[in-house]
Structures are given as structure tokens and as C-alpha cells.
Design a protein around this ligand. Structure first.
Ligand SMILES: *[C@@H]1O[C@H](CO)[C@@H](O)[C@H](O)[C@H]1NC(C)=O
Ligand SMILES: *[C@@H]1O[C@H](CO)[C@@H](O)[C@H](O)[C@H]1NC(C)=O
Length: 767
């Protein structure tokens, strides 16, 4: 009897993969990498941190879930620092002209992973454009285009399928970077939680009725600050890395299954799988053979390298099966406010001792206090490790996901003016009182930055060291009035951004808040970085509404996740108690001490509406400031090469007749041109090829691979000549053979015409 009941349960639970689907599901993904030269990176607000090459590419990944004849929701995860109001508005415009009313502000969420290693300048408010010399059209366009394309792909992929939910704890991928603020929350509240950051990862597994698994989306809170504030290579940081690892892992697994050579041990190990192919009887003989082959491919200046096109197809696009959707795996951000991936803690650069607990300073100075990632001092290693930890947890959740998502697809959305919102809060001694939010303002602690990147904006009044854009806008600084000072208390106001409107708005006042429901999963789209405890309070409040007023539609099964940095950006949200401490997160909580209470009030309203089905009022429309944007980033004037040298010629080749082994680094430098001339969207600047037979070259690794880095440089700031250096760390599973490294680029002529070029290193042997 027991056994029978168990069996029935099993069938019910797992039946979803084979039985009738409940939803239409579709996934999509598109390149949003952006300008890999000269553009300030978004996140650390470090004027000096501008792009000069690529670690790996950035993508927009989308899922759409639709009731067969009913509602649908769209969720987009960007390898970008945050959502942007202007990006969201422009994407919505495009969706409207393409699909009519199918997609709109109510059912589309666009969220950022919070990588601090992507090109900036795509937001519309002045505060977020200071270090990028204003608006950067190229950054903005590639993101809007990429989101649109990924949504189109997801839309075109909509087919019957099922969704499974799973969650689990990931212990070693985040620590609290402001524990002294966290400790100011009531002890009774803190005692309900084991940790001072959220450790839970929530994962959705999408299973197409016909094709099987087509992707995953997961939410987990940890900052995209594994790469440091001095890095200049575009990178998706730890979440982008996790996505890259998981998509490649699945592709490998799937192709092995197809070939019937799936090895359970390998699937188990999850790391970079190794393939023991090419068993070579006589290594010496084989190597000699390869060397001879390689020596027939010597590169020399001026010699055209191949007959092939000078625009590269990416390795991953080439591998794609046209009839089958690509596997899309997105790692999304959550209540990330006080969560750092630098899990070893924060230490002083000079003494190596831990920083001051309450102030994150070293001898009173904040510039010396830095958080350390698990790969310290190698930031690429830290990125890989924190990425891999999230990836492994996601694979585990993917492999064991059995709770099927069932129920309605619903959404609610409203715009709220946070600059002057009346909020009812309960009083400590019982009863309630009415309080207000304030116009946005940033406190002094904001300028100090965090242990992930100390010393942020050069924002102090009277500071002359800023860039041209700063010199242009600093005359509009405004001293806060008495009312504002009182409202924001105890925050000492550094920048009264909410009351600064020239040359255009410095900070948002109108924010979008949104609830998406897919069965028992409820996603809260928040336009900022909630701290751990702020996120917990918000989730609990929404869960309470849903389970108490939900009339049995929601039970304890309901899973509420926070999607951080979604639809627009308004910095941080702390609890009232954390706000009193005024660390970086409190200083960056824009709308005063009751900001979180305002969110909770509005989300309760949305949750009620989600149940009743009655739409809430739309609220005031946020401004579209595109026409007002100022851009001071100089364009590419012209690219040039020294006399007798062509674009793409090898400047520093691999050592002649050289043999490398796995783990070695191969370095080649090419004469190049500014990457801003062509972003190589869905293409690549760098390619590692392997020789097949006597003359056919096959693509093996591109600039989206972790093992291959593209570094771009100029000999001097305004020099028209430039170089591309490719660094290939030969992976542990590289197949022995003859290889070469290629570069693809585009140069700009004196009259603005763009010419594509390519170059190739000499061939070399990996044995
Ligand atoms: C490289 O090796 C090949 C064959 O082993 C030899 O013929 C050739 O001269 C060598 N080239 C150089 C530049 O040493
Ligand atoms: C941090 O500040 C709190 C409150 O002022 C104080 O009680 C505590 O001793 C301080 N901790 C350290 C390590 O300085």
C-alpha cells in the first residue's frame, strides 16, 4: 500500500516531463557585448577603468512563459550591471511595434546580473553617466538590440513544455560586506536566520515536450565584483561565467548523448570534461609529423593569411543545430545589496590585516581596504571559482528538479513616485503612523565606496580632478533644503540628486515595481539592490499576503524570489535600522529611511491585485530622456598602421617551430584597429583554430571562451595605431594537433569607411 502510494507520487511528480504540458515556453539569447575600447565600465564608477578588450562576451538571455490561450510573462537577464529605464522604455517601444499589445511594461522584466565589467553609458540619469563622459550610444544600442533579438528568439521558440522548480543552499559564494549594518537589525529578527546573507539558489528548469531540457534560470544573491575595479577586459563576472560554463556543459553532455558515448563519471565530475581521444602510439613520431605540418603555415608580414572571410563565425554559432533550440542558462541577481563574492574577507593592502569592522578602513583610510575573492590575488581565478560554484549548484538543482510548476500566469505593474510617497508604518509601541519618503539623495559614505571597490565617484564639491562631463555638470550641484535634510536624517547629504534637474534629471523619482507569477513561483522585480534583510522583509510581506488572502490558490508551496536591478536602477535599499548606520548601502538608499517600507507597501498592493485580478493604477510615466543626453566620449577618428604593415599582420608571433602542452599560455600580438569600429556582435575578435587533414582549419575557441583573452592596446592615448594581443591558456582537454590563432577586426579610414581585416599567427603544435 505504502509502496503503491509512493509509486503514484513518483508518477505524478515526474510525469510532467512526458505528460501533457501546461505552458508554452520559449527561450532566447543574444550577444550584447558592446564597445571593447575606451568606454568606462559600469559599476565601480572608476573614471580610469575603461574597456580595452574581452575576457568573455555578454549576453541577454530570455524566457517567455505563456498560458496556451492566455497571459504570458517575459523575463530577460542581462550580463550588465543593472537594468536601465531608457533601455526598458525603448525595448517596450520596439515590442509594441512588432507584437502590438502582447508585451508591455506589465509583463516584461529586464534584469541585470550586476557585472561590474561591462561598458557603461546606457543609463539615462546624470548620476550614472558621470564617469562614462555622459551617454554612450554604442553601449545603449547593442543592449537594446540584443534584448529585442533574444525576446524575438524566445517568442519564435514558444512550444508546449513544462517547468520544474528546485532550490538549494550554496554556502560559499557570498559573504556580508557590511555586517556591522546587518547587526543593527533587531536581534529577534536576526535569530530567525542562520546566516547574515541569503544562501538559497532558486532554479527553474524548462523542458520542451519534444526536445527535452532547453534551459534554466536561477536566482542567487552575490555581487558581480569578482573582477576588480582596475580590470579593463569586458567580462560577465561570476554570473556570466556560470552561464557560460553551464551552457557549454549541457552542449557537451548533449552531443555525447547523441554519440552514445555518455560517461556517467564525467557527468558526475562536472568540471571541464576531458576526452581521451587520439590515442597516439608513438608520441615522438606524431609530434614530428605535427611539427612538419605546422611549419608549412608560417606567417609573415604582408602575406594574406587565408582565403576565408574576414568576419568570423563564432564557435558556438557554428555548433548550433538549426532545428533545435540552443540551451540557455541564465544566472540572475537577487537581494544583492550587502553580499560580496569576495568570500575571504576584507584586508588592508599595506598591512595584510583585516580592515576595521565598523568602517572598513585601514588606519582610517578606506582606499586600502579590499575584499579578497577565493582566487586572490588572481581576479580571473576568483571569477572562475565563484562562477563555478554557482554553476555546480545549478547543475545539481537541474538534475534533481522534480517540483512541477503549475497554475496561472499573472502579473501586476505600477509606476510609483518615490520622491514623496506617504507610507503607513507600524510604531514600535503599537499602532501605526504615517511617514514619507524623500527626494533622492546620496550620503557621504557613498563616496567612500565598498570593500569590493573602495573610493567611488570623485564627487565631492570643490573637487577639480573629475573628467569633462563632471566639470560640465558640477555647476548644477544643489545644497539640500532644511526639509530634505530632516527627511533624509541621519544621512549626511553629499549629493541632493533628487532635486537636481540640470542639464537633466540626476536620479529617478518614478520607479517601476512589478510582480510576475508563474504558477507557484512569484518574482518581485525591484529596481535596485536590496540588502539581505531588506529582501527578506519584502519576501515575507508578499508571501503573507498571498497565503492569507490567496484563498487556497497559494499554500506554503509558494516560492517568492527577488529579481534585483530590474527595469531601472535606483541604487540601494536597506532596512530602517541599517539606514541608521549609514554605511555605503545606507548612504545609497536614495529615498530616505522609509524606502523599504514604501516598497513593502506597494508590493502588498500588487500582491493583493495579483489575487483579485484587478489591475492597479498605472501611476506616473517615467521620463524618456534620450533626446537630452550629452555624450563627450570622442569617436574613433582613424586607424593606421606603420608603413609596410597591414592591419592584421602579426607583430609578435608564436616562437617558431614551437610545441606547447596543456596548461601553457600561447601569446600572439597583431597590428589592429579600434574594436569600436565593429563590435563583432555574435562574432569574435579572436579565434583558435585546429588543422584538420592537410589544409582545413576548424574553429575551436573564440573570444567567448574562458581560456582565450583578447587584449587591445594603443602605444599612446591618441595614437591611430593599436595592437591586439591574444592570450590562449591551453585547456586541460585540448586535443593534440596543429593550431593557429587568428584575429578579426575592422579599421576606420580617414573618410569614415570601415574595412574588415583578419590575421593569423604561425601554426604551432599542441602535444
Ligand atoms: C622548422 O622545422 C622544420 C621541420 O622540422 C624545418 O624544415 C624548418 O627549417 C624549421 N624552421 C625554423 C624557422 O626553424
Ligand atoms: C562597532 O560599533 C559598535 C557600535 O558603535 C560597537 O559597539 C562595537 O564595539 C564596534 N566594533 C568594533 C570591532 O569596533
Amino acid at each position: 500500500m505504502f509502496f503503491l502510494a509512493f509509486l503514484v507520487c513518483m508518477l505524478l511528480d515526474f510525469g510532467g516531463t512526458v505528460s501533457a504540458s501546461t505552458y508554452l515556453i520559449g527561450l532566447g539569447s543574444y550577444d550584447i557585448t558592446g564597445p571593447a575600447a575606451d568606454v568606462n565600465m559600469m559599476g565601480y564608477a572608476n573614471t580610469e577603468q575603461t574597456t580595452s578588450g574581452l575576457h568573455f562576451r555578454l549576453r541577454a538571455r530570455t524566457f517567455i512563459v505563456a498560458e496556451p490561450q492566455g497571459n504570458r510573462v517575459v523575463f530577460v537577464n542581462l550580463d550588465a550591471c543593472m537594468g536601465s529605464q531608457l533601455v526598458t522604455l525603448k525595448v517596450l517601444e520596439r515590442l509594441k511595434s512588432r507584437y502590438g499589445d502582447l508585451y508591455g511594461e506589465h509583463n516584461v522584466a529586464i534584469s541585470g546580473t550586476h557585472t561590474h565589467a561591462g561598458p557603461g553609458g546606457y543609463l539615462q540619469y546624470v548620476t550614472y553617466l558621470v564617469t562614462s563622459l555622459g551617454f554612450v550610444r554604442q553601449s545603449f544600442d547593442v543592449i537594446v538590440d540584443g534584448i529585442e533579438k533574444s525576446i524575438i528568439e524566445a517568442h519564435d521558440n514558444l512550444r508546449p513544455g513544462s517547468i520544474f522548480l528546485n532550490k538549494g543552499e550554496l554556502l560559499d559564494a557570498g559573504v556580508n560586506r557590511s555586517p556591522s549594518a546587518y547587526l543593527n537589525n533587531p536581534a529577534s529578527e536576526r535569530s530567525k536566520y542562520k546566516y547574515d546573507v541569503d544562501k538559497e539558489m532558486t532554479l527553474l528548469k524548462f523542458v520542451d515536450d519534444e526536445w527535452g531540457p532547453i534551459g534554466t534560470f536561477s536566482w542567487f544573491a552575490t555581487h558581480g565584483t569578482s573582477m576588480s575595479r582596475t580590470n579593463s577586459l569586458i567580462s560577465g563576472d561570476n554570473k556570466g561565467a556560470a552561464a557560460r560554463f553551464m551552457e557549454d556543459w549541457y552542449k557537451k553532455k548533449a552531443s555525447e548523448n547523441e554519440l552514445g558515448s555518455s560517461n556517467p563519471e564525467e557527468t558526475e565530475a562536472l568540471g571541464i570534461p576531458r576526452r581521451v581521444s587520439n590515442v597516439i602510439p608513438d608520441l615522438q613520431e606524431y609530434r614530428k609529423e605535427l611539427m612538419e605540418l605546422a611549419s608549412s603555415f608560417q606567417s609573415s608580414p604582408g602575406k594574406p593569411t587565408t582565403k576565408t572571410s574576414s568576419i568570423a563565425r563564432r564557435v558556438r554559432s557554428a555548433l548550433r543545430q538549426a532545428d533545435k533550440p540552443q540551451f540557455v542558462s541564465a544566472f540572475c541577481q537577487s537581494n544583492v545589496g550587502d553580499v560580496s563574492p569576495n568570500v575571504l574577507g576584507a584586508f588592508c593592502l599595506d598591512t595584510g590585516t583585516p580592515c576595521d569592522f565598523n568602517h572598513s578602513t585601514c588606519n582610517g583610510k578606506n582606499e586600502l581596504c579590499y575584499g579578497r575573492g577565493p582566487g586572490y590575488p588572481d581576479e580571473f581565478e576568483s571569477t572562475r571559482i565563484i562562477g563555478e560554484r554557482q554553476f555546480r549548484k545549478a547543475v545539481e538543482l537541474f538534475n534533481t528538479a522534480s517540483q512541477q510548476i503549475k497554475g496561472k500566469v499573472r502579473y501586476q505593474h505600477e509606476y510609483v513616485d518615490f520622491s514623496n510617497l506617504e507610507v503607513t508604518v507600524s510604531k514600535a509601541g503599537g499602532g501605526s503612523e504615517k511617514v514619507k519618503t524623500c527626494p533622492a539623495a546620496m550620503g557621504f559614505a557613498f563616496a567612500a565606496g565598498t570593500t569590493d571597490g573602495p573610493g567611488a565617484f570623485d564627487f565631492q564639491q570643490g573637487d577639480d580632478s573629475g573628467n569633462d562631463f563632471w566639470r560640465l555638470v558640477r555647476n548644477f550641484l544643489k545644497a539640500p533644503g532644511e526639509e530634505q535634510v530632516k527627511c533624509q536624517h541621519p544621512k549626511p547629504i553629499l549629493l541632493d540628486t533628487g532635486e537636481m534637474k540640470k542639464p537633466y534629471d540626476w536620479a529617478p523619482s518614478v520607479l517601476p515595481v512589478q510582480i510576475l507569477r508563474v504558477g507557484q513561483l512569484v518574482i518581485l522585480s525591484v529596481p535596485g539592490e536590496f540588502t539581505t534583510m531588506a529582501g527578506r522583509r519584502l519576501r515575507e510581506a508578499v508571501k503573507m499576503v498571498l497565503t492569507s488572502a490567496g484563498k487556497g490558490e497559494f499554500n506554503s508551496n509558494v516560492q517568492v524570489v527577488i529579481a534585483g536591478l530590474t527595469n531601472t536602477y535606483s541604487q540601494y535599499v536597506t532596512t530602517f535600522e541599517e539606514y541608521q548606520v549609514q554605511r555605503y548601502e545606507g548612504a545609497s538608499t536614495l529615498y530616505g529611511p522609509h524606502t523599504l517600507d514604501a516598497y513593502i507597501q506597494e508590493f502588498r498592493k500588487l500582491a493583493m491585485a495579483l489575487i483579485s485580478g484587478q489591475a492597479v493604477e498605472a501611476g506616473p510615466q517615467p521620463p524618456d530622456l534620450l533626446d537630452k543626453q550629452i555624450s563627450l566620449l570622442p569617436p574613433v577618428i582613424v586607424d593606421a598602421t606603420p608603413l609596410g604593415v597591414n592591419f592584421g599582420d602579426v607583430k609578435v608571433d608564436v616562437p617558431s617551430n614551437s610545441t606547447f602542452k596543456r596548461g601553457d599560455m600561447v601569446t600572439v600580438t597583431f597590428g589592429s584597429a579600434c574594436p569600436r569600429n565593429d563590435l563583432m556582435t555574435e562574432g569574435t575578435y579572436a579565434l583558435v583554430e585546429i588543422l584538420q587533414g592537410k589544409e582545413e582549419w576548424i574553429s575551436k575557441y573564440d573570444d567567448d571562451d574562458f581560456c582565450l583573452r583578447f587584449k587591445w592596446s594603443r602605444p599612446a592615448k591618441l595614437s591611430p595605431t593599436s595592437y591586439a594581443t591574444m592570450e590562449w591558456r591551453i585547456p586541460a582537454d585540448a586535443v593534440p594537433g596543429v593550431y593557429r590563432i587568428r584575429h578579426f577586426g575592422a579599421s576606420k579610414g580617414l573618410f569614415g569607411s570601415i574595412h574588415h581585416f583578419t590575421g593569423s599567427s604561425s601554426a604551432f603544435v599542441v602535444a
